[in-house]
Design a protein around this ligand. Structure first.
Ligand SMILES: Cc1cc2nc3c(=O)[nH]c(=O)nc-3n(C[C@H](O)[C@H](O)[C@H](O)COP(=O)(O)OP(=O)(O)OC[C@H]3O[C@@H](n4cnc5c(N)ncnc54)[C@H](O)[C@@H]3O)c2cc1C
Length: 385
């Protein structure tokens, strides 16, 4: 069994490491406001990403991208995770962000929605969470009721990232509330300028993101805008969520590594009571914990990503990657902050932003407890006799 990355992925990792160290980290506090790039920065960084040959790395080859597999993407996400130069959510320098759901569209829908997104002509958002149903989408109250060649959507969504700029939304609805997440959910493509779609307000958070609350009031959506069959919504949403959870885990590797670099280096410079912090066992133990968590997470993410590339169902593995990655990267930011003392709280260093971002990651796209609940089903089935 060979645990080393294949040679081409090792090269990809080294190239990205150099790029992040030389092009991104030196300017990381000047590129963005936590949500988006500052004027002019995106274009410059996108040009550099193109020069690296990594433009559209996550778009399949048949749609003009590089079509990198899950393992290669994990290598990329973990290297980029070492810097706060790129906002943690909803921003990229490697081309427009394409929700994997859009690859499942039929040909006509692809013309209207997928291709414009890849070309950067349209922007999408994803609307699942509601005031009364977040981690449990089966309880959602937004309904889509068929009326001839249309569906009529009514309900409210909240915490929707990027809705302000979005041209259209992928809206998860209940077409059969009794069935809930067991065949009762359906996803629709809804243009944001459709009558009845109202952006109500942006939510202020401890992080810079300002997700939206949106209401849908008698919104008429043609049947041709339904994604897949009625009731296929959970499977459709899973495509987005499984990839997203691997990305959380991979990003966590990068966050832990950067926190470890900063904390180890500071502990070798800072003396208290006549000795370097690096000589204190209490500090060494914190560093060793970070190192061990990074190693465990890397093995976990690479294993899940490799299996995904072999065509295996990695839903359960992705739950583990997300919860372990988000929890341990938050812990690493917390420990790095402690080792830095007051300096850890300053905006001179990226640690305070990692701390806030990673805390929020533990909740979004599936809170830890819900992922563990899903994993418990499997554990009990497999080991419970
Ligand atoms: C910055 C940000 C961006 C977001 N972007 C989007 C987006 O673009 N699109 C979108 O649809 N949503 C988005 N969300 C919503 C996000 O995915 C939800 O907040 C998340 O799924 C949790 O839902 P909830 O907040 O309703 O918490 P709830 O589901 O109400 O859960 C609350 C808490 O209860 C506990 N809990 C819940 N169930 C269980 C259980 N079975 N056992 C034990 N404990 C449990 C957990 O600790 C959980 O944190 C975003 C949220 C934020 C903060």
């Amino acid at each position: 069994m060979d645990f080393n990355l294949p040679e081409e992925l090792q090269m990809l990792k080294e190239n990205l490491r150099r790029f992040v160290d030389t092009e991104l980290i030196p300017i990381e506090r000047e590129t963005n406001d936590g949500i988006d790039f500052l004027p002019g920065v995106r274009e410059t960084l996108e040009g550099k990403a193109q020069a690296l040959g990594l433009w559209l790395f996550d778009v399949p080859e048949e749609f003009g991208g590089l079509g990198l597999g899950a393992l290669a993407k994990s290598v990329m996400w973990s290297e980029i995770g070492r810097t706060i130069a790129i906002p943690a959510r909803n921003a990229s320098i490697f081309g427009p962000r394409v929700s994997p759901i859009l690859y499942t569209l039929n040909d006509e829908q692809k013309e209207d929605y997928l291709f414009p997104v890849i070309k950067g002509e349209k922007v999408a958002c994803f609307c699942q969470t509601e005031p009364d149903a977040g981690g449990d989408p089966g309880g959602m109250r937004t309904t889509a009721v068929r009326n001839g060649d249309h569906y009529v959507i009514n309900g409210q969504k909240r915490f929707i990232t990027g809705a302000g700029e979005a041209d259209f939304a992928q809206v998860v609805t209940a077409t059969d509330r009794e069935k809930g997440s067991r065949g009762g959910l359906t996803v629709f493509l809804v243009d944001m300028d459709t009558p009845g779609v109202t952006k109500l307000r942006q939510q202020e958070l401890m992080i810079a993101d300002r997700p939206w609350e949106i209401s849908f009031e008698d919104v008429r959506v043609p049947v041709k805008n339904r994604i897949g069959e009625e009731g296929s919504g959970m499977a459709t949403a899973q495509r987005w969520l499984t990839e997203g959870r691997l990305r959380h885990g991979a990003r966590g590797i990068g966050v832990i590594e950067r926190c470890l670099e900063l904390a180890a280096s500071y502990s070798r410079q800072r003396s208290t009571f006549g000795a370097l912090l690096a000589e204190r066992q209490a500090v060494q133990f914190m560093l060793v914990d970070m190192y061990q968590h990074m190693h465990q997470l890397r093995l976990m993410v690479y294993d899940a990503a490799w299996r995904s590339d072999q065509g295996e169902d990695v839903r359960n593995a992705s739950y583990m990657c997300k919860y372990f990655g988000d929890e341990m990267s938050f812990h690493a930011a917390d420990r790095a902050m402690q080792i830095h003392g007051g300096m850890g709280l300053t905006k001179d260093l990226p640690i305070e932003q990692f701390f806030r971002d990673q805390r929020s990651m533990i909740i979004t796209e599936g809170p830890t407890e819900i992922l563990k609940m899903a994993l418990a089903r499997r554990v009990l089935r497999e080991y419970g006799g």
